[in-house]
Ligand binder design. Structure first.
Ligand SMILES: *Cc1c(COP(=O)(O)O)cnc(C)c1O
Length: 459
């Protein structure tokens, strides 16, 4: 590992939030009280918070300036027009509907675009995305390439759709039985793995032949664009903005969680080209979110999001972002800690199957590993494995994903390389006595999206 490969922070800090580490004894008490679920730990008890990169972004001075320019009119806020114009310019879609966050957009899209019994193929599931699809009668079908389910395979564009799987679904069920293809860029649960431009183009060609729509989960589209620039021939001299624009030219619309690549703390939107769908979305947004000119956001939030979306496309920003994540991953790899390869865009995923080979999947190895990391280091991470995958709607059996992981998610523009060293050193230390990590069992299992509030005890 060569330290020169990693650029210094392309910003300087003008506002700080002190953090402190509580003692190991206190952390043991905290995790027990939290039912061994890192979602139930108070922020104040966390030293370095890698639970999620969702809404944990640091905003720029320009964004904070924008916050003071909120036009809080109930209808027709000028910040809405700024956001609307920015999204249309950068993404190239015809229509935009604001929502309070990503799942607000997923709710609207699932309601207007899925008929009960229709299939919704996608490149691996995302928790809230699949939930809304299923709630509206959709049947999720995983059409990501097989390699994405193998944590140890290091290859480019591991998030690609397997076109043969999509073709097979069309042949077997017919194009009318498919609501739309949901294409995520990058694929969160596969480890933040990107999709190539070639794959997006091919998905577009295949679906066009059959009149099937394609909606992107655009949540991490800027991170995906960086990987295309870095790794796909023909794109090395294109700007991030040009790449993002081309990506969306292969879609009929997208859902977006602004809490990720828009560099804000709250917000989201839904885009589409179809006029009728837009009409439907506008009728529904008033039921769930608010007027079509604010969709659950304050004027100031829309302003910050418009500015943040532009900032996220600056090369220096996104290069540092991706490489800081890579730095943490490479430090762990160097010490033999098993992680998903290649290192993705927003997080390093520990492979809990290889980290805790002494635990079966039903003993929730990733859930327990996340709890143990907290006790060992004061660092908060999250389970992405059998607990997050939930149960089958029909059989009520646990979904048993091949990937049993702990996600160390890096907030944007928040931590330094030294913080990454503290995380790496702590986890490398835990790896040396990994046999001490015990299995868990449920003491409380919520019916929906159980990982958020479930409680466990040690076996
Ligand atoms: C976060 C996320 C969502 C949901 O967005 P929220 O803003 O949390 O509602 C959807 N898809 C992906 C890939 C995400 O990472």
């Amino acid at each position: 590992m060569n330290f020169n490969d990693f650029p210094a922070e392309p910003f300087r800090i003008k506002c700080v939030e002190p953090v402190k580490m509580i003692s190991r004894k206190e952390r043991e008490e905290v995790i027990r009280k939290a039912g061994f679920n890192t979602f139930l730990i108070d922020s104040e008890d966390v030293y370095i918070d890698l639970l999620t990169d969702s809404g944990t972004n640091a905003m720029s001075d320009k964004q904070w300036g924008g916050m003071m320019q909120g036009d809080e009119a109930y209808a027709g806020s000028k910040n809405f027009h700024h956001l609307d114009a920015t999204v249309k310019e950068l993404f190239g879609f015809k229509h935009m509907v604001p929502t309070h966050q990503g799942r607000g957009a997923e709710n609207l899209l699932s309601q207007i675009a899925i008929k009960p019994g229709q299939y919704v193929p996608g490149n691996m599931y995302f928790t809230t995305t699949r939930y809304h699809q299923e709630r509206n009668g959709g049947i999720f079908v995983d059409i990501i390439r097989d390699e994405a389910h193998d944590a140890s395979l290091n290859m480019l564009f591991k998030g690609n759709i397997d076109l043969a799987k999509l073709q097979k679904l069309i042949d077997e069920k017919g194009a009318d039985a498919i609501a739309y293809v949901c294409l995520a860029v990058t694929v969160n649960l596969a480890g933040g793995q990107p999709v190539s431009m070639k794959n997006m183009r091919e998905v577009r060609e295949l679906t066009s032949k059959h009149g099937i729509k394609v909606f992107f989960d655009a949540t991490r589209c800027v991170e995906n664009a960086y990987f295309i620039k870095e790794q796909e021939p023909g794109y090395e001299n294109k700007t991030i903005q040009e790449i993002v624009h081309e990506m969306f030219s292969y879609a009929d619309g997208c859902t977006m969680s602004g809490k990720k690549d828009c560099l804000v703390n709250i917000g989201g939107f839904l885009c589409m080209n179809d006029d009728e769908l837009f009409q439907d979305a506008k009728e529904l947004v008033v039921v769930y979110e608010g007027m079509p000119s604010y969709g659950g956001m304050a004027g100031r939030d829309m302003e910050a999001m418009a500015i943040g979306l532009k900032e996220s496309m600056q090369y220096e920003y996104i290069e540092h972002r991706i490489k800081q994540v890579r730095y943490l991953g490479e430090r762990l790899l160097e010490a033999g800690v098993p992680i998903i390869e290649p290192i993705g865009g927003h997080a390093v995923f520990l492979d809990a199957r290889r980290f805790c080979p002494h635990l079966s999947q039903e003993e929730f190895p990733a859930q327990s590993l996340a709890a143990n990391i907290y006790v060992e280091t004061g660092v908060r991470s999250m389970e992405r494995g059998i607990v997050s995958a939930g149960r089958d709607k029909v059989t009520h059996e646990n979904h048993k994903p091949k990937l049993e992981t702990v996600r160390l998610t890096i907030p944007r523009r928040v931590y330094t390389y030294k913080h990454m060293d503290v995380v790496a050193d702590g986890i490398i230390n835990l790896f040396k006595h990994k046999e001490d990590i015990k299995g868990l069992r449920f003491v409380y299992e919520p019916k929906q999206l159980r990982f958020f509030t479930a409680r466990f005890e040690q076996i």
